[in-house]
Ligand binder design. Structure first.
Ligand code: ADP
Length: 284
């Protein structure tokens, strides 16, 4: 469990606090999306999860290890892997396998164990066969998968991804999101910073931040159906949710917490079938 207790942070003296007494808990095996307008503090918050930033006030604990403790630093970084928007900055090796081997190699593990971990991590992300490729020759999506393989080779408890799909094409996005879901199902806690509400919809839980505070925390159905409220925060609700909301405004009564096209089509089809039935019943 990652416990955040009264976390306050600012980068520069006299700056308005970027994080204001935040309290929350993130769990292994849970997929949490963190959303909020630009500059609200999402990246600053998640950088506290693996001790990239130390709290100014309050504490962050990863499975009981305080991120202020220098002696826990390596273990915290192993348990909480983090990937940022541009995976190029995280590529270290000259080949795919060398890149993935870097972390476990640094743990001082025997060569056979490193090899095993590299092979397993590449298999998990679907990059088996890419071992000898130069990382820079990979596509954007493949580079993100490579970065994920690097984290997986360390057997993390949590993976934090900050806008991981923003520069990817639809196929690249899909493979990264599918992998994140699969890793969650294997028990890893996924923490996904995103401004894309369609992506947030796949999470188990959505945390909404605004101006350095958590302003909502709940299921995607609960949070993403608040169309007006999301817009007031400069966030674009999922298109399908907005359409259903607009239909409701126009008097067509549908549940508003719908955010998949398939589900919307089913509800609209059911509604039109019930209208047809009632017309048939009323016929003389
Ligand atoms: P988000 O991820 O929600 O866009 P950030 O956590 O990146 O927000 O930034 C929160 C606030 O902190 C913003 O006002 C930003 O300008 C400020 N900030 C971020 N990094 C630094 C820094 N290194 N020095 C000073 N201010 C910063």
């Amino acid at each position: 469990m990652i416990r955040v207790k009264n976390l306050t942070f600012l980068y520069e003296k006299n700056q308005e606090p970027v994080l204001k007494a935040i309290n929350t808990t993130l769990n292994e095996g849970e997929y949490t999306a963190i959303i909020g307008p630009n500059g609200c503090g999402k990246t600053t918050l998640v950088k506290h999860f693996n001790a990239l930033l130390p709290p100014l006030e309050g504490d962050v604990e990863v499975n009981g290890l305080n991120t202020r403790s220098k002696k826990s630093l390596l273990e915290i970084r192993r348990q909480v892997g983090m990937i940022f928007q541009n995976p190029d900055n995280q590529i270290i090796g000259m080949s795919v396998e060398e890149d993935v081997a870097f972390g476990p190699g640094n743990l001082g593990l025997p060569a056979a164990e490193v090899r095993k971990r590299v092979d397993l991590a590449l298999e998990k992300v679907g990059l088996t066969g890419f071992e000898t490729r130069a990382p820079h020759s990979l596509s954007g999506g493949e580079k993100q998968l490579l970065a994920l393989a690097g984290l997986l080779s360390m057997n993390p408890s949590y993976i934090v991804v900050d806008e991981p799909t923003s520069s990817l094409d639809p196929a690249g996005k899909e493979s990264v999101l599918a992998l994140l879901l699969q890793l969650k199902n294997q028990g890893i806690g996924i923490i996904h910073v995103t401004h894309n509400m369609e992506e947030a919809a796949i999470a188990d839980r959505v945390i909404v931040m605004n101006q350095g505070e958590i302003v909502a925390d709940g299921s995607p159905r609960n949070i993403l159906s608040r169309v007006d409220w999301l817009k007031s925060l400069n966030l674009a609700p999922p298109k399908i949710t907005e359409l259903i909301w607009e239909l409701n405004q126009a008097g067509i009564k549908l549940e508003t917490n719908i955010f998949s096209i398939k589900e919307a089509a089913e509800k609209i089809a059911a509604l039109s079938a019930s209208v047809k039935d009632s017309i048939n019943c009323n016929m003389p």
